[in-house]
Design a protein around this ligand. Structure first.
Ligand SMILES: Nc1ncnc2c1ncn2[C@@H]1O[C@H](COP(=O)(O)OP(=O)(O)OP(=O)(O)O)[C@@H](O)[C@H]1O
Ligand SMILES: [Mg+2]
Length: 453
């Protein structure tokens, strides 16, 4: 069966003529004589093409066009128009109609325009499909990246998720360590078993042990009933120790024993509980340094660092920045129900050249803010956080060309003073205090850099 076409035409001879002709060319035709009936038809069926006159009984052609496009943007609309109405026909095209046919027209012209519309429609669908595919390639289990570093990480995730080996994920804050841990869990054959996350930096030392190991009723005052610890709750599944470097030393020894024996004792309990666990760890700290200063047990480090995954900071894999921008732009445009948003060239340049000390998290927040503040479909540089838009980008300014140290320091001083003044709403007393200089010095510098305005 060929494509489905809807014909709305109040002139019976014309309606029947078109229907008959197009049916003879294998198309499936539904027809009606007014706009209201047409609306009923599009409610229940999907048409590849809709053909109708702009002047219709019941509802005007432009409104019908809008409703059809709203219902299914992929339906191609062909408008039939009298010569005198060409202006309205042009408006219809602006509203999304594919083309118009001026009366009178021949059957061949009708066929030609339909074939053209279908060809165009298929192309559009194909482009959309390809774009989606490209986008899918850039996203692996919620992780966006095209840099070699990220591709290697994706590959490592694929491999380690099929085993039970311990994984240690390292990277600065906001680089996606938790996303990686989640991906490994999701791809593993433990995906339907418990997945317990423990943030070692967030649990006070005094509660840590009972959190991990649980306790028997009466083990200490307040232990009114037996409670399972996280290690036990995660049995048969995966346990993720986030910020492992912050685990207190006393507990490191206890964890080491669990890793080695696979046995847990609840506080106050004598019965060994056997646990089968997959361990994932993450940290943004340099554990080797902590070992040197005695803050982390070396023997534990060797146990957890079986497969290391290191995520470089975003500034060291800049190829990922544009795809992350695209990804999160689309995400927030949808989330905040905005229509397409264009990033202005200056904003785009700022986004591309920034160093992102907060890594992907910072980029993500910048785009969220940019989308919210954008106006008239444009995200401008002033919609970005100040660190990114940068009054004067000191670093690149100095590196662009070989300027003297004095000039570079002056640039820096000037931008710092400007930023502080801005932060303090121009209040000089406050700005001087923040900068750690006297009011008089601040005054002199304002005059020197001509910052009065
Ligand atoms: N490659 C990526 N693709 C898409 N989003 C990412 C990526 N990396 C990080 N993010 C997003 O950035 C934010 C921070 O990621 P995540 O919490 O995994 O980082 P982290 O390394 O655990 O940070 P922290 O050390 O501060 O806990 C999340 O919102 C996450 O969705
Ligand atoms: Mg984290």
């Amino acid at each position: 069966m060929k494509e489905k076409i809807l014909i709305v035409e109040d002139d019976p001879a014309m309606r029947l003529g078109m229907t008959h002709f197009l049916k003879s060319h294998g198309y499936e035709i539904k027809s009606c004589d007014n706009g209201i009936k047409a609306l009923e038809l599009i409610e229940n069926e999907i048409f590849e093409i809709a053909i109708f006159d702009l002047k219709l009984p019941g509802i005007d052609g432009i409104t019908l066009l809008q409703k059809i496009k709203h219902k299914n943007p992929n339906t191609s609309v062909i408008i039939i128009t009298a010569f005198a109405e060409v202006k309205t026909a042009v408006q219809a095209i602006k509203e999304g109609a594919f083309d118009y046919l001026a009366k009178p027209f021949s059957n061949d012209e009708l066929l030609l325009i339909i074939e053209r519309a279908l060809k165009f429609r298929n192309l559009e669908i194909e482009i959309e499909y390809l774009r989606k595919k490209v986008r899918q390639k850039e996203v692996f289990e919620g992780l966006v990246g095209i840099s070699n570093a990220m591709k290697e990480i994706f590959e490592k995730i694929r491999v380690v998720s099929q085993t039970d080996v311990p994984v240690l994920i390292q990277g600065e804050s906001g680089t996606g360590k938790e996303l990686i841990a989640d991906a490994i869990q999701r791809l593993s054959n433990r995906k339907r078993s418990p997945y317990i996350k423990i943030n070692c930096a967030a649990i006070p030392e005094t509660l840590f042990e009972s959190e991990l190991f649980g306790y028997e009723k009466g083990a200490f005052t307040g232990a009114n009933e037996t409670k399972k610890g996280k290690l036990e709750l995660a049995n048969e599944g995966t346990i993720f120790f986030d910020e492992i470097a912050d685990m207190p030393l006393s507990l490191q020894a206890k964890l080491l024993r669990v890793i080695e024996d696979g046995i847990v004792y609840r506080l106050g309990g004598k019965e060994p509980v056997k646990v089968n666990l997959r361990f994932i760890y993450a940290t943004c700290k340099n554990i080797k340094e902590l070992i040197k200063t005695g803050k982390f047990r070396e023997d534990l480090f060797y146990r957890i660092n079986v497969v290391p995954i290191y995520i470089p900071p975003l500034k060291d894999r800049r190829e990922d920045i544009p795809v992350l921008i695209e990804h999160y732009l689309e995400y927030y445009v949808q989330k905040y129900n905005k229509k397409n948003i264009q990033i202005s060239p200056s904003a785009y340049e700022a986004l591309l050249s920034y160093d992102y000390p907060g890594n992907v998290r910072e980029l993500k927040h910048a785009l969220e803010r940019g989308v919210i503040l954008s106006k008239d479909g444009i995200m401008d540089i002033k919609n970005l956080p100040e660190e990114i838009s940068g009054l004067i980008n000191v670093k690149t300014d100095c590196l662009k060309e070989y300027i003297s140290l004095k000039e570079c320091l002056e640039n820096f001083e000037k931008s710092l003073i400007l930023k502080t003044l801005k932060d303090c709403d121009g209040k000089k007393v406050e700005a001087a205090r923040k900068l750690g200089i006297s009011r008089k010095t601040l005054w002199e510098k304002i005059k020197f850099y001509k910052l009065e305005e």
